[in-house]
Design a protein around this ligand. Sequence first.
Ligand code: ASP
Ligand code: MG
Length: 414
Amino acid sequence: MSESAASGVIVRKYGGSSVSTAEKIRTIAGQLCERAKAGDRLVVTVSAMGDTTDELIAIAQAVTGPDVAPSAREMDGLISTGELVSSTLMAMAIHSLGQDAVSLSGQQAGIRTDSVHGSARIAEIDGARILKELQSGRIVIVAGFQGLGETGDVTTLGRGASDTTAVALAAALEAERCEIYTDVDGIYTTDPRIVPSARKLKEIGYEEMLEMAWLGAKMNPRSIELAAVYNVPVLVASTFEDVPGTLIHGGEPTMELRKAVTGIAIDKNVAKITIRGVEDRPGVAAGILKPLADSGISVDVIVQNTSDDGTTDFTFTVAEADALRSMELVKGQTDVAYREVTRGGQLAKVSVVGTGMQNGPGYASTMFTALSTAGVNIDMITTSEVGITCIVERDQVPTAANALHDAFELDKAD
Ligand code: ASP
Ligand code: MG
């Protein structure tokens, strides 16, 4: 797509809670008209109003009865209508304020996907129609969360995927920026409900954001990956409060003396599986983990410990909901011999996140000292390019998170 054709385009996305009533849609329409008058060329993606998607799924289940799964194709046709409602209403609201606008379904907007109903992936976007509408001076409203599958049927992109629509549109249109408007006002150093001194960040890198994703604005991780690949700057901000949001980007931090540690990520939904007395030979880890991967279970922290007797202990973490099934899969595989397998729950993951940590020593010891001083026992440790993770008891999360937030002085501005 030629750059000149789309230059100056801004993609905005409004989440379901932002468009849950007629009044909110009118308020947003007013904001969009103001931006259009100021010269922005706007492509706007909306989610379905409020809990519409959940309600549509519930109706589908009600008509088939609890024992029959609704057809995946029909389900996509059904739930894609939620975004058709909000996008058409948004266009009407804009018209009523005297500004030209047009709503497009994902299919009309040229969003092509594979044919995996319920979790389709975007294959390409043909932006011709959107560009034509922009050139006619219209605000273009694109229904989020949907596209046209290879077979010519409507597909949806997975729950919460209007973010993905927005970032993909921004990438395809070579937009200046993608702006995500939501009911929280940005990304925080950690969960403010757990750590009262948590502070809103002005900016954060893509990699760091992927680690922090669930904090504050719950952005869809797929959309952040997409933003990173296409280098789309993403602003996360509040829809109705006029306060600065957080810019997610891939450039150098603007502050020269920026802290190496950006935030503390917390995941309270962790269980571990330990396999003891595993024969120690090549292929063991692959043999144990393959059945889990085949069943779509993602394994997170992995620790292996070789003992002197030629066997090894192997521990990994999974989401609490996957723990039982993971254990069954380990027991069910016949590739790898072992003595026993056990399961431990009620765990949590506490991570110190920051790309700057790679270049300096001492972060790990600061972390471990802070945790031990606070009396928090560390169960497992792992490091990555964007930080250091400890697995701890779930009920110790508040103590651990507050201790780490203090130790890395995250309450103080950069
Ligand atoms: N309406 C869809 C959902 O609830 C998509 C979205 O909200 O982003 O999952
Ligand atoms: Mg939603």
